[in-house]
Design a protein around this ligand. Structure first.
Ligand SMILES: Cc1cc2nc3c(=O)[nH]c(=O)nc-3n(C[C@H](O)[C@H](O)[C@H](O)COP(=O)(O)OP(=O)(O)OC[C@H]3O[C@@H](n4cnc5c(N)ncnc54)[C@H](O)[C@@H]3O)c2cc1C
Length: 245
């Protein structure tokens, strides 16, 4: 992975704190959608083709439009706009356990810098966001960068990381995603173009860094490009900077 991504991660750690959206990953797009007028967002609709002036869908036919911003994963984007690059991907497995007691007192992300087992990082998610687990239950979520490993290897590694026996832990689920995140080998361009031509834009983690933050940042860049092409000055660009003393 490009060291530029490590620099960005260290920069983010230095400037702020780690966070999770309360209630689950879907809480973030739900909050964004809630700020829009009712009825303008439709979900569960599969797009089959796009152009600068129309979007064709599997379920609802074609929609005409003044511009299209494609915000799918990299592979779907390249299927809809042949010529877009399909990056190599990393696979990720997330293993969820419940434990009789929280193995840590507070919210913290444990990273294994020694790579002493299959787990890359782990957290007691119920300590970070209690709404993700039933009241009184402990949820430990652990990420493996690769295919699902043997459960015994995961348990042994978690026991070492948390410094507590894990034989009474119960495995709740294993989720494996083969194309989880676009790989970012050096030299990684963290600002891939989001404006393909006037009226056609693309955003997503594959245009920036392979993170939620990267996806959001590329979305902001793309929205800015759309507004600029429409001759609209976004409200945030009109804010005056505080003057220095
Ligand atoms: C297991 C796992 C753990 C991760 N953990 C972290 C983490 O801890 N921190 C972090 O920052 N990032 C993490 N990531 C990465 C992060 O989830 C992604 O980088 C981010 O979700 C990318 O957002 P996106 O909007 O670019 O794409 P996506 O979230 O993939 O959204 C694309 C959307 O496009 C839709 N779509 C695709 N094709 C079509 C079509 N033809 N018509 C209509 N809709 C379509 C899809 O249904 C999807 O909803 C993780 C990813 C995985 C898989």
């Amino acid at each position: 992975t490009s060291s530029r991504c490590a620099d960005l991660a260290l920069h983010a750690f230095a400037r702020g704190r780690l966070c999770l959206p309360e209630g689950g990953a879907e809480a973030l797009p739900e909050h964004l959608a809630a700020a829009l007028p009712p009825g303008v967002v439709r979900t569960g609709v599969r797009v089959t083709s796009v152009s600068t002036s129309s979007v064709r869908t599997a379920e609802h036919g074609a929609f005409t439009c003044r511009a299209v911003l494609l915000a799918t994963d990299a592979r779907a984007a390249a299927e809809l706009l042949p010529g877009l690059r399909v990056p190599p991907f990393h696979e990720v497995t997330v293993v969820h356990h419940t434990a009789p007691e929280p193995p840590l007192d507070g919210p913290a992300l444990l990273l294994d810098a020694d790579r002493g087992g299959p787990v890359a990082h782990t957290a007691v998610i119920s300590q970070v966001d209690p709404s993700r687990a039933p009241v009184g239950r402990v949820l430990v979520s652990s990420t493996v960068l690769g295919p699902p490993p043997e459960e015994s290897a995961v348990r042994a590694h978690l026991a070492a990381l948390y410094g507590t026996p894990t034989d009474r832990w119960e495995r709740l689920g294993v989720h494996h995603t083969r194309e989880a995140v676009p790989a970012m080998p050096p030299p990684h361009d963290i600002r891939r173009p989001v404006r393909l031509l006037s009226g056609l834009y693309v955003c997503g983690d594959h245009r920036d860094t392979s993170t939620v933050q990267g996806a959001l940042h590329s979305g902001r860049r793309a929205a800015h490009a759309v507004l600029t092409d429409f001759g609209i000055t976004p409200s945030y660009a009109r804010e005056t900077l505080p003057t220095a003393a």
